[in-house]
Write a protein that binds this ligand. Structure first.
Ligand code: AMP
Ligand code: MG
Length: 397
């Protein structure tokens, strides 16, 4: 079956999801519940923004052609009111930030640039036409599309919806994601494992990751490494919008996940990716549902979800784009690695983001190190040496 590079595997996930994801259902939610959801219909502007030309400074509304000069002050206008009269040649109107520009005026001179004496104001400088004025409809015109469907709603998007008076927001239903742990050595988190057992931590980390990607996780019971049990739970998992299996995808005698999926008629897009952690990694589709067979080692599970499954959940949830949160930073120390794989290594990115330090790392089972990290170094597979100060790609955690 297919072994892909990191880039090929990512392109494959994005391509298959785009080609075959079903259109999600639409729900109407209140504005205060819409944060983190995905917009399902375009949002249009209910009026011009700003609705009137308005001042962006405290000062005097004037006719630019009158300047420099000595002008007669005919009154004032504050934010939240409109001035009825008109500014004639040789006149000025005192104006506050946010107040509408009066008829006749075309520009605003800042109060700091004026000298006021009784009912006269002296302006010793010239102004560009329209200076310090935010013209009507300069941000958006009435009925203009402000936000397309498929956008995840963050704080700025919610602010925009509030601005246009959207009290009910059409959003896509969250994708339902089943999480199926496999393995004879797994015990529940509230149990005390024997020395040769481990607690079922993967389902907890995956549930958080699914939620962060906009999905709704359901944790299934542990599938023991027996064909029939694994098959029944896998069939159950394939009734959800997507299935994440943890473990059972390596080459061991009891790694039966791929065989079960094949018997359920799965189409496999890849089953190995040239990355570390997480080389054995299965992505495919069965019964019209996408699935990932994630390697069981906890760090591998977490990393492979972040770099592949996260985008799949996002796209399944109706998001138009699914980007990895990648940035560039400079290494604090020299760094060496073997070539051949794209590595995702736990790292600490400095508070201002200008320096990144690799952490000591014991491999795919090293959850303590991963939990203390705030990012991953992303190495290029064909490069062996980096020097302190070299730029390197960083995946945010
Ligand atoms: P596997 O991919 O099935 O060979 O599993 C590799 C290793 O991952 C196992 O030896 C376990 O230590 C660990 N592992 C598998 N499943 C889980 C899980 N649900 N929670 C925590 N660790 C797990
Ligand atoms: Mg196993």
């Amino acid at each position: 079956m297919a072994t892909l590079t990191f880039e090929q595997a990512r392109q494959c996930v994005l391509k298959e999801l785009r080609a075959a994801r079903p259109e999600p259902k639409i729900e109407l939610v209140g504005l205060s519940e819409a944060g983190g959801r995905v917009l399902a219909e375009p949002i249009t502007s209910d009026r011009d923004y700003p609705a009137l030309s308005r001042s962006v400074r405290d000062g005097f509304a004037v006719r630019a052609a009158d300047l420099p000069g000595d002008l007669f002050v005919i009154g004032e206008v504050r934010a939240g009111e409109a001035f009825e009269g008109e500014v004639q040649p040789g006149e000025a109107l005192e104006i506050m930030t946010g107040a509408p520009l009066p008829r006749g005026a075309d520009s605003v001179v800042m109060v700091e640039h004026c000298t006021v004496e009784g009912d006269r104001v002296n302006v010793p400088r010239t102004l560009a036409l329209g200076e310090n004025v935010s013209p009507r409809a300069s941000q958006a015109a009435e009925n203009e599309v402000l936000l397309e469907a498929g956008r995840r709603l963050g704080f700025a998007e919610i602010g925009l919806l509030a601005m246009v008076g959207a009290t009910k927001v059409p959003v896509y239903a969250r994708p339902q994601v089943a999480i199926l742990p496999t393995g004879d050595e797994i015990v529940e988190v509230n149990q005390t494992p024997l020395d040769y057992q481990v607690r079922n931590s993967n389902v907890e980390s995956l549930a958080v990751q699914v939620k962060r990607a906009g999905g709704c996780p359901t944790v299934l019971p542990i599938a023991r490494d027996l064909y029939q049990a694994t098959r029944e739970l896998t069939e159950h998992g394939l009734r959800f919008d997507m299935l994440l299996l943890s473990g059972g995808v390596s080459a061991g005698k009891y790694d039966i996940v791929e065989r079960v999926l094949a018997d359920l008629g799965a189409e496999f897009y890849f089953d190995r990716v040239l990355i570390m952690p997480g080389q054995p990694l299965v992505f495919g589709r069965a019964r019209e549902k996408f699935f990932f067979g994630l390697p069981g080692n906890p760090a591998s599970t977490m990393v492979t979800f972040e770099i592949f499954a996260r985008s799949a959940v996002e796209l399944l949830g109706g998001q138009k784009e699914a980007q990895l949160p990648l940035v560039w930073s400079k290494l604090s120390q020299d760094f060496r690695q073997k070539t051949g794989l794209t590595r995702f290594l736990p790292a600490v990115l400095s508070a201002d983001g200008d320096q990144v330090t690799a952490m000591s790392w014991q491999g795919s089972g090293d959850v303590p190190s991963l939990a203390r990290a705030n990012a991953f170094l992303v190495t290029e597979p064909d490069r062996e040496n980096w020097a302190a100060g070299d730029w390197i790609r960083v995946l945010l955690k």
